[in-house]
Design a protein around this ligand. Structure first.
Ligand code: PGA
Length: 250
């Protein structure tokens, strides 16, 4: 039995004071949540948000991390820095980082390995563009993203990996994959995990769906066999929208 895992990717939104205030109200409102809840504010908001949710079940995650221990990497943030402020979780390979900052599967893999070696939980994002889907390349793209992105990860380490399937064409566009399409992509990803790590790992693998998840569509998505949670962008920015998503199970 896989428990639902709902995450909010705040992207580059909210200044630290707003983020801390919102996180505190979310922690209070979500105290009886039946699902695992994570929020991912931008770096400068992390300390205030960690403080604001202290004592709650909410996991605070970063949106990225560097693949080196420390040193001359201007503008970067290390695992040790995150862990020192109480952040033990990170989103890697988000399509916006692939698209705008040129992150490749190989580069993402280095970060995945480094983060896992440093005891962090990893949420690895995968997903195809519209052009790739329409060109019949969905399976090819997902195969590379999973096989290269998770290269060198051990079955044991997979306990600390969540996969988020986010079709790029559905992110921030209001377009959602149909539950059937999303479920089929999730089933395919679970098959890839099985080939690489074995049946037991695949059966327990949490695979979130992301891309315009909102209160009105979350229940039908979460009802699908292979969808085990959501990575929510826009609708995670207000309590009015995020709370009903977190409360999607009765
Ligand atoms: P969205 O973003 O919910 O705004 O589509 C999802 C994501 O990018 O994680």
């Amino acid at each position: 039995m896989r428990n639902l895992y709902i995450a909010g990717n705040w992207k580059m939104n909210m200044v630290p004071s707003e983020a801390a205030k919102y996180a505190a109200s979310l922690a209070a409102a979500a105290k009886d949540a039946k699902v695992k809840v994570m929020i991912a504010p931008t770096f400068v908001c992390l300390p205030g948000v960690v403080e604001a949710v202290k004592g709650s079940n909410i996991i605070v995650s970063a949106q990225n991390v560097n693949d080196h221990e420390k040193g001359a990497y201007t503008g970067e943030v290390s695992c040790a820095m995150l862990k020192d402020i109480g952040v033990n979780s990170v989103i890697l390979g988000h399509s916006e980082r692939r698209q705008y900052y040129g992150e490749t599967n190989e580069f993402i893999n280095k970060k995945v390995l480094f983060a896992l070696e440093n005891g962090m939980e990893v949420d690895l994002c995968v997903g195809e563009t519209l052009e790739e889907r329409e060109g019949g390349r969905l399976e090819e793209v997902l195969t590379a993203q999973i096989n290269v992105g998770l290269d060198g990860v051990t079955p044991e380490q997979m306990k600390h990996v969540t996969i988020a399937y986010e079709p790029v064409w559905a992110i921030g566009t209001g377009k959602t994959a149909t539950p059937a399409d999303a479920n089929a992509a999730h089933a395919f990803i679970r098959g890839l995990v099985e080939k690489k790590f074995g049946k037991a790992v695949a059966e327990n693998q949490i695979i979130q769906y992301g891309g315009s998840v909102k209160p009105s569509n979350v229940r039908e998505l979460m009802a699908c066999e292979h969808i085990d949670g959501a990575l929510v962008g826009g609708a995670s920015l207000t309590l009015e929208q995020f709370l009903p998503i977190i409360n999607c199970v009765d």
